[in-house]
Design a protein around this ligand. Structure first.
Ligand SMILES: *Cc1c(COP(=O)(O)O)cnc(C)c1O
Length: 396
């Protein structure tokens, strides 16, 4: 008996349920950031998180290239050993000024930030209140922390209040939410969360992975857009989406940052990212702060795309986020939809359970400032035709 045979059986079950995932090669089209290559074909990329179209920006690439020459390739060790190169502290100062916070800490990525921060803040005897549709990295952070996991129904503040009441005697309480939810593009009720955090004496952590760069006058995120930045205790964001590079940050008090340097395991036990990445981020951050036209263009295109899809007969949620899901429901049908889109020259990814709830498989479209009105208008026509062919849209 081969002790690994169970994997083949499990994989068969996944494939039968149209739930197997596989890696597909996508190459950039350097001169055209709104497109990707699959094999020999150039496809309109309607599933990127590069919302501002910065991932191939020549100034970012140039800064990274120069930094490679002065800083070398790898950093050689964790930041607490000998990996804490000058670009780290420079970038953290830039982040703190941008976010108008006391202190900032750079992390390798958003996943490690969420697991590391939650693990450093709570443990057995504590409780974390988490929106049921929060990002998987938040869930993994809670599970790893061994704190009680109190999931509240999506954006349901009455349910959160009930749970806060139920667990009021726990030692530490942490409320955590995505600012913009990654698979639906809707926003967390941040004002209500701040009020509840105050009422129950809980810490509040907000993850701006999909809202950083997009919201706020200088792309600081949704908390700033709503004037709530001083009410959030732990403010987290990434540089891998709108900023076009990689990495993540935490903003908060000096005390919080000192604590994380001592307790956040992904920071302590993992090699510091190559300094050239930080040079690229620094350039991306500078561009995000001053190139307001990218945000304006993104919002205009998102609004156009939403209204075009609605006019085509799809049910599109309200809001102004560049994330525009078209819910199909059935897993196999969603895969067929994705295949048909690709045949028409559009890359748009099918998102299936467990990333989204059962029965809500979808094509997660996302708009980028790199797109044009004509591209989105033409794409909508193709999306509509496929929707009708597959019976996802009623003819009419
Ligand atoms: C993408 C994402 C992350 C993970 O960030 P990476 O830098 O890609 O690891 C974390 N939280 C949310 C809400 C995200 O959407």
């Amino acid at each position: 008996m081969n002790t690994m045979n169970w994997i083949e059986k499990e994989l068969e079950l996944l494939a039968e349920a149209s739930l197997e995932r596989s890696l597909r090669r996508s190459s950039p089209v350097i001169e055209s950031p709104g497109y990707i290559m699959r094999g020999e074909r150039v496809l309109l990329n309607l599933s990127s998180n590069d919302y501002l179209g910065l991932a191939q920006h020549p100034a970012i690439i140039e800064r990274m290239r120069k930094a490679l020459l002065t800083e070398g390739a790898g950093s050689g060790a964790s930041r607490l050993v000998t990996g804490n190169r000058p670009p780290y502290e420079r970038l953290e100062e830039e982040i703190a000024i941008w976010q108008k916070c006391e202190a900032a800490l750079f992390f390798a990525n958003g996943y490690m930030t969420n697991t590391g921060v939650i693990g450093a803040l709570v443990s057995r005897g504590d409780v974390v209140f988490s929106d049921q549709w929060n990002h998987a990295s938040i869930t993994d952070g809670i599970v790893g922390s061994r704190a009680e996991h109190a999931r509240y129904r999506h954006r349901d503040m009455a349910h959160l209040r009930t749970l806060l009441h139920k667990y009021r005697d726990k030692r530490r309480k942490l409320i955590v939410t995505d600012a913009v939810f990654s698979m639906d593009g809707d926003q967390a009720p941040l004002r209500e969360l701040v009020a509840l955090k105050r009422e129950f004496g809980a810490m509040l952590m907000v993850d701006e992975a999909h809202s950083g760069g997009v919201y706020g006058k200088r792309g600081e995120g949704l908390c700033h857009e709503l004037g709530l930045q001083d009410d959030v205790d732990i403010h987290v964001g990434t540089f891998s989406k709108s900023f076009g590079v990689y990495g993540a940050y935490i903003c908060g008090s000096h005390m919080l940052i000192r604590w994380l340097i001592n307790k956040a395991r992904p920071l302590i036990y993992s090699t510091a990212l190559p300094p050239s990445i930080l040079a690229g981020i620094s350039e991306g951050l500078a561009l995000v702060q001053v190139q307001h036209w990218r945000r304006e263009r993104l919002f205009a295109l998102s609004e156009l795309f939403r209204s075009l899809l609605r006019a085509a007969g799809f049910t599109i949620s309200v809001g102004n986020s560049p994330i525009v899901p078209v819910i199909v429901g059935d897993n196999a049908m969603t895969l067929r939809f994705m295949g048909a889109l690709e045949a028409e020259g559009i890359a748009a990814v099918a998102i299936r359970p467990p990333t989204v709830p059962d029965g809500t498989a979808r094509i997660r479209f996302s708009v980028s400032a790199a797109h044009t009105e004509k591209e989105l208008t033409d794409a909508t026509e193709q999306i509509r035709n496929i929707g009708i062919q597959l019976g996802v849209l009623k003819r009419g």
